[in-house]
Write a protein that binds this ligand. Structure first.
Ligand code: HEC
Ligand code: HEC
Ligand code: HEC
Ligand code: HEC
Ligand code: HEC
Length: 472
C-alpha cells in the first residue's frame, strides 16, 4: 500500500516536471527578460526595506499597551470650550491650582526629561506617550514603526497640535478623558454629577488609570529600559487593598469642586497635588509640595554608642509603614542617602559615612538590575554603621541626615556637558541645572550630643529651609 502510494506520487511528479519543461521552453526567448526582471524586483524590495517602508502599525507591534499610543481626542465636548487643563481650570479652580504644583503638570517641562529627550538615540515618541499622552499635545504622532523598530517611527504631523497643551504634561484629560468605540470624546468622573458637560460615571477607571504608566516595564534595546513597578509593589504591600494610589496620593477633602458662582454643594473631593517623594520640579514649588508631604518611613530615634574612644556605632531603625510600595519607588535613579557624621566640640567634621538605599543598575553592555536594597512596604530595617575618627580623639556630636535623591550629581554633570543638544532656551537652563532643578530633599536630620545623649531633631520647617536652599 505504502509503496503504491509512493509510485503514484512519483508518476504525478514526473507529469508536473514535463509540463514545467514545456512552459520554460515556450519562455526560452524571454529568459533574459526574466533574469533582468528578477534582479530588478529583488533590488527594489531591498532598497524599499532599507528606506524602511516595511512599516508595522504601532497597535500591531504593541498590542494592549496603553502607553504606546496617545489618546485620540476631539476638539472639545458639548458644554465647555476646550479640553486643556486651563479650560477645566476656568471652573475647577482649586483642582487646577493644586495640579499645577504637581510633577504631573511638569512632566514635559521637567529639565531632566528635556535633557534625556535631546539625546540622539532617544525614542522620543514613546517617552511622550506617558509624559504628554493626549493627541492634541503632540506635534507629531507615530502611526507605524519601520521594520517594527522603536527607533524608526513613521511620524505624521498633527494639525490639531496645541503648543500650550503640550506644556501641560500629564494634563486633566489624561485621566478624565477617553475616546469611546465610535471615536467620541467622553469625560469620566467618580459620581456622574450633573455638570455643564456630560459626565460618564466610572470611578474604577479613574483609579485603575495610574498603573497604565506607573506599572510598566519594557526593554527597548540592550541599554534602554522602561522600569516602573509601583503597581506590583502595591499589590504586595501591607496596605493592599484598603488604601490605594488615589487614597494616599489624592487625599479626601470636603469642598465645592467648582467656582462659588455655580452655587454647588460641598461634596467629597480629592486633592490634585499628587505629592510623592517631596522633591518638586522647581525650587519655588517646594512650598506647595512640602506642605502635604510625608515620608513613607517611620524613623526611630537613632542610638549612638562608643565602641572605643575614636570608634562610634550608630543604630538606626527605619520602618516603611506609610507607603503602599517600596521606599523609594518609581524611577530607577531615585534613592535615599543616609549620612552619618561625627563632629568635634567645635562642630568640625571628623568622620563621615554615607550609605545608599535604592536600586543598582548596570547599564553597559546591557541594562540589568543587579541590586535592590529598597525598603519594602511593611519592612522594618535595622541599620548599623560604624564610624572611626582615626585620630584617637573622642567626637562630641553625632549627626544623622537622610536625603531623598532624584538626580545624582554625576548625571547632572553629564546633562550639563551635553546641554548643547537641547533647544537653546532649555539648553541655557541645563547648563546651570543646579540652579533650576532640585536634585534632592533632606527629610530627616538630628544632632545628638554624644556626651549627654541629648538629641535635637530638625523641624519640618527647618528641613524645608535646607531642602530649598539649593543643591549640595
Ligand atoms: C463651565 C464650567 C466647567 C468646565 C469648563 C469644566 N467643568 Fe467639570 N464640572 C462643572 C460643574 C458645575 C460640575 C458639577 C459639580 C458638582 O455638582 O459638584 C462639574 C463636575 C466635574 C466632575 C465631577 C463629575 C463626577 O462624576 O462627580 C469632573 C471629574 C469634572 N467636572 C472634570 C472636568 C474636566 C476634566 C474639565 C476640563 C476638560 C471640566 N470638568 C471642565 C463645571 C465645569
Ligand atoms: C499618562 C501617564 C501617567 C498616569 C496615567 C499617571 N501618572 Fe503619575 N506620573 C507620571 C509621570 C510621567 C510622572 C513624573 C513626572 C516627572 O517626574 O517629571 C508621574 C509622577 C507621579 C508621582 C510622583 C510625584 C513626585 O514628585 O514624587 C505620583 C505620586 C504620581 N505620579 C501618582 C499618580 C497617581 C495616583 C495616578 C493615578 C490616579 C497617576 N500618577 C497616573 C505619569 C502618569
Ligand atoms: C493622574 C490622574 C488625574 C489627573 C491628571 C486629574 N485627575 Fe481629577 N480625579 C482623578 C481621580 C482618580 C478622581 C476621583 C477620586 C475618587 O473619587 O475616588 C478625580 C476626581 C476629580 C473631580 C471630582 C471631585 C473630586 O475632587 O474628587 C474633579 C472635578 C476633577 N477630578 C477635576 C480635575 C481637573 C480639573 C484636573 C486638571 C487640573 C484633574 N482632575 C486632573 C484623577 C486625575
Ligand atoms: C498607603 C499609602 C500609599 C499607597 C497605597 C501608595 N502610595 Fe505612593 N507614596 C506613598 C508615600 C508615603 C510616598 C513617599 C515615600 C517617600 O519618599 O518616603 C509615596 C511615594 C510615591 C511616589 C514617588 C516616589 C517615591 O519613592 O517617593 C510615586 C511615583 C508613587 N508613590 C506612586 C504610587 C502609585 C502609582 C501607587 C499605586 C499603585 C501608590 N503610590 C500607592 C504612599 C502611598
Ligand atoms: C510607561 C510610561 C512611561 C514611559 C514610556 C516613559 N516614562 Fe518617564 N516617567 C514615567 C513615570 C510613571 C515617571 C515617574 C516615576 C517617579 O516619579 O519616580 C517618570 C519619570 C521620568 C523622569 C523623572 C525622573 C525623576 O525621578 O525625576 C524622567 C527624566 C523621565 N521619566 C524620562 C523619560 C524618558 C527619556 C522616556 C523615554 C525613553 C520616558 N521617560 C518614558 C513614565 C514613563
Amino acid at each position: 500500500m505504502v509503496l503504491g502510494k509512493r509510485q503514484g506520487l512519483s508518476s504525478h511528479r514526473k507529469m508536473n516536471r514535463s509540463s514545467i519543461y514545456i512552459f520554460l521552453n515556450i519562455l526560452k526567448s524571454w529568459r533574459i527578460f526574466w533574469i533582468v526582471a528578477g534582479v530588478f524586483v529583488t533590488l527594489s524590495s531591498f532598497l524599499i526595506c532599507k528606506n524602511g517602508s516595511d512599516p508595522i502599525s504601532v497597535k500591531d507591534r504593541f498590542p494592549g499597551r496603553a502607553w504606546t499610543e496617545p489618546i485620540n481626542l476631539g476638539e472639545s465636548i458639548p458644554g465647555i470650550r476646550g479640553l486643556t487643563a486651563k479650560d477645566c481650570g476656568g471652573c475647577h479652580e482649586d483642582h487646577y491650582k493644586e495640579w499645577k504644583t504637581s510633577s504631573h503638570a511638569n512632566a514635559f517641562s521637567d529639565l531632566q526629561f528635556q535633557a534625556e529627550l535631546s539625546k540622539p538615540n532617544s525614542p522620543q515618541w514613546l517617552c511622550l506617550n506617558c509624559h504628554i499622552p493626549l493627541s492634541g499635545q503632540r506635534k507629531q504622532i507615530a502611526t507605524h514603526l519601520n521594520d517594527g523598530d522603536v527607533f524608526q517611527p513613521v511620524l505624521v504631523s498633527n494639525e490639531k497640535f496645541d503648543p500650550e497643551w503640550e506644556k501641560e504634561g500629564v494634563s486633566c484629560g489624561t485621566c478624565h478623558l477617553k475616546s469611546d468605540s465610535q471615536g467620541r470624546t467622553i469625560l469620566i468622573g467618580p459620581t456622574g454629577a450633573k455638570a455643564p458637560h456630560s459626565v460618564e460615571k466610572n470611578r474604577e477607571a479613574l483609579h485603575a488609570r495610574c498603573n497604565d504608566c506607573h506599572n510598566q516595564d519594557y526593554k527597548l534595546n540592550a541599554s534602554l529600559v522602561c522600569y516602573f513597578k509601583t503597581g506590583d509593589e502595591y499589590a504586595e504591600s501591607i496596605h493592599f487593598p484598603k488604601a490605594d494610589c488615589v487614597s494616599c496620593h489624592m487625599p479626601s477633602i470636603n469642598r465645592s469642586v467648582v467656582l462659588p458662582s455655580f452655587l454647588a454643594e460641598k461634596r467629597d473631593s480629592h486633592r490634585h497635588t499628587f505629592i510623592g517623594g517631596g522633591v518638586p520640579k522647581t525650587f519655588p514649588l517646594f512650598d506647595a509640595q512640602w506642605n502635604g508631604y510625608k515620608s513613607g518611613l517611620k524613623i526611630e530615634e537613632p542610638r549612638w554608642s562608643f565602641i572605643k574612644n575614636e570608634i562610634v556605632r550608630l543604630n538606626l531603625i527605619l520602618e516603611n509603614s506609610l507607603a503602599g510600595h517600596s521606599v523609594p519607588t518609581g524611577d530607577p535613579e531615585r534613592h535615599l542617602l543616609i549620612e552619618a557624621i561625627l563632629q568635634d566640640a567645635d562642630g568640625k567634621e571628623v568622620s563621615k559615612h554615607i550609605s545608599k538605599i535604592g536600586q543598582i543598575w548596570e547599564w553597559y553592555p546591557e541594562a540589568k538590575l543587579v541590586g535592590d536594597n529598597r525598603i519594602r512596604s511593611g519592612e522594618k530595617r535595622n541599620i548599623e554603621l560604624t564610624l572611626n575618627t582615626g585620630a584617637g580623639k573622642k567626637p562630641t556630636f553625632g549627626i544623622l541626615r537622610i536625603l531623598h535623591v532624584r538626580l545624582t550629581k554625576e548625571n547632572a554633570e553629564h546633562i550639563k556637558k551635553n546641554s548643547g543638544r537641547a533647544p537653546k532656551e532649555i539648553g541655557d537652563k541645563l547648563k546651570q541645572i543646579e540652579l533650576h532643578y532640585p536634585f534632592a530633599n533632606v527629610f530627616y536630620e538630628s544632632k545628638t550630643d554624644l556626651r549627654t545623649g541629648k538629641i535635637r531633631i530638625t523641624s519640618k520647617e527647618g528641613l524645608l529651609f535646607s531642602s530649598k536652599r539649593g543643591n549640595p
